[in-house]
Design a protein around this ligand. Sequence first.
Ligand code: NOJ
Length: 737
Amino acid sequence: MKDQDLEALLQDLSVEEKVYQLIQYQGANYSDDAVLTGLLDQNHITPHELGMAGSTLCIWGADKLKKIQDAAMAIQPHHIPMLFMLDVIHGHRTVFPCPLALGATFSPELVEECAAVAAREAAAEGIHVTFAPMADLVRDARWGRCMESTGEDPYLNGRMAAAMVRGFQGDDLRNPDHIAACVKHFAGYGAAVAGMDYQNVELSEHTLREYYLPAYQAGIEAGAKMVMTGFHTYNGLPCTGNAWLMRDILRGEMGFDGVLISDYCAVNEMVSHGLCEDLRDAARVAMENGVDIDMEGRSYAAALIGLVEDGTIPMARLDEAVRRVLKLKNALGLFEDPYHGASETQAKAVVRTEEHRALARRAVTQSLVLLKNDDAILPLRPGKIAFIGPYLEDADLRSAWSFSGEAADNRSVRAAVKAQAVRAGWEVRFSQGSTLLDNGTRHALGVYRNDDFLLENQRLCAEAVELARWADTVVLCLGEHRLQTGEAASRVWLRLPEVQQKLFSAVAAENPRIAVLLFSGRPLVLGEMAEQAKAVLACWMPGTEGGDGIVDVLSGSVSPSGKVTMAFPFAEGQEPMCYNGYSTGRPQVPGGPSEYTSRYLDCPNAPRYPFGYGLSYTTFTLSEVSLSAKQMTKKEMITVHAKLENTGTVAGTEVVQLYLQDLVGSRVRPVKALKGFQKVSLQPGERVDVQFTITEEMLRFYTARNRFESEPGVFRVYVGTDSSVEEYLEFRLVEEG
Ligand code: NOJ
């Protein structure tokens, strides 16, 4: 539709039609065959209202959505098509590794490919918009939603958010293989106090701007069509009613002119927050602050027509919001094809194809992080291998955020081992070892209860010990439950369930040659296991192709190359933590005194495994780091050279990382900040020159003059294979002339 036709349509709509474009109801109001359900009565929504709504969330299926679209367009006086939105977070039917794992690949290219496949599958099943990427920076592993983030670094998060947006949206949203992206949760949601979901966020403006905003900005600059508000309170105001965040920063400074949607019921929740008296007040505040769509919209539905009719909300503001929604529909080509190419035939052709599953398997192999590998116990040599643990077979590999992937499609570790064992020369036996959870464990959707818990675990553990006695090597498949991370899944204990720790101890007493496969949606506290196990491989929530990807790495077909993007602490009390904080006035200096410095008395300051860390089956040597110049002006650049050599005996991939430190600034600067990375694959003995270019733009920060700019002075350059690198070179940024 041409712009002027869209404008004419907008002007022709009644106030009721306009308001309903801003209301989003959930798909649970429809049954599987798209018939209206009892929920409708329970929620006091009439079929007319449902049809009038501009969008629906969390429902998919080509035929089903076609029926709903047809019914809605018939009800709409102007036959405006509905938007269908869904959380396509890390895959649709083909479930990729969770975002924390995708971050560990350090491959924006791969992440873009995964997003493109997710978009193709979701679009074929009728989806127009995904509520992804989540660009929230995370430093606190207690927060369950770290699983949905790519980690603790603003630069990496920005690269990944942009890659996801490009993958989902492609070059042209009319292309039926693409869907619109929604950057969330604006802004700073990942910094919830004490890692408690929905809690308020206490961040200075400086920290918000320096660390938290860049990834949202990167997603917006990549062209994301939608942004979602966070549930939390920032600076005394819920984000959904926060004029500074939504008007000044998002719309003003970032220039975002797409659709701003509230998080689920976040408009209503301004009443619970105590900012608004009632739903009418909440609708007013959200509208005034630029929120266009009310997700699961009870406030706009209850009050917006009245607010416009009595002049509280000007017609111009209503038009602005509706125009944005109509523009998005137009960008997707819905006025020409309200189904956006979705059909059962198309879905059959693209959903979970061999090609998509192969990509997911490749993504798994690249996301695994080898945390430890003493005696080169991995890859597994031919011999007797006992595979033990609750993650062997039944545990769900999909994560808490894969509505549309089927648990039945999971390729379990056990199935994959069976398929590859003969080729690998493994004689294998399997044993569950323990239940996944401790009795009485609370997770996001309830409490785990098992009347036979003690007896069952005694039996399972005894079997496992027997197997460990038989084996040359034991592979223990342990982890937290998928619903122990995700929304509303905060934890103060970051350890494995006790029942699994006991299993570990019992097996280790019998056979110390243990490789742990660790499944989790967050960094965990590994305790003694990190010392006693020979190897630990972080497998995250690997998605439906997890089993095969993991076995590819166990067998050595692929050497692990993933890197930690969120530090693994020694103890929960270290949280929140990050490698790139500010220096204190009394930092701990290697070799210097430690009394009266910033330190814990009972724990190291550093994490067990820092940002950027991860081993390989081969060894790499980084040497001859040099700078092309000792100083540069703002217009000049410096090239960093380093030699990377594969000094081991097998092929492998290393992530070379560039960190900078600005020694003196008008505001204190991080002790180190990632500014670039390169993933390099080398054959044994191969040696290459790795280069980075330092530009003035990389030196900018939010200065005492309240703007992003660089300041002359000395900078340190670190090139390493993780963030703990200590050797550096220096250069000076000088004024011109
Ligand atoms: C609430 C979550 O916070 C958000 O991330 C998600 O997109 C919506 N629910 C819709 O499912």
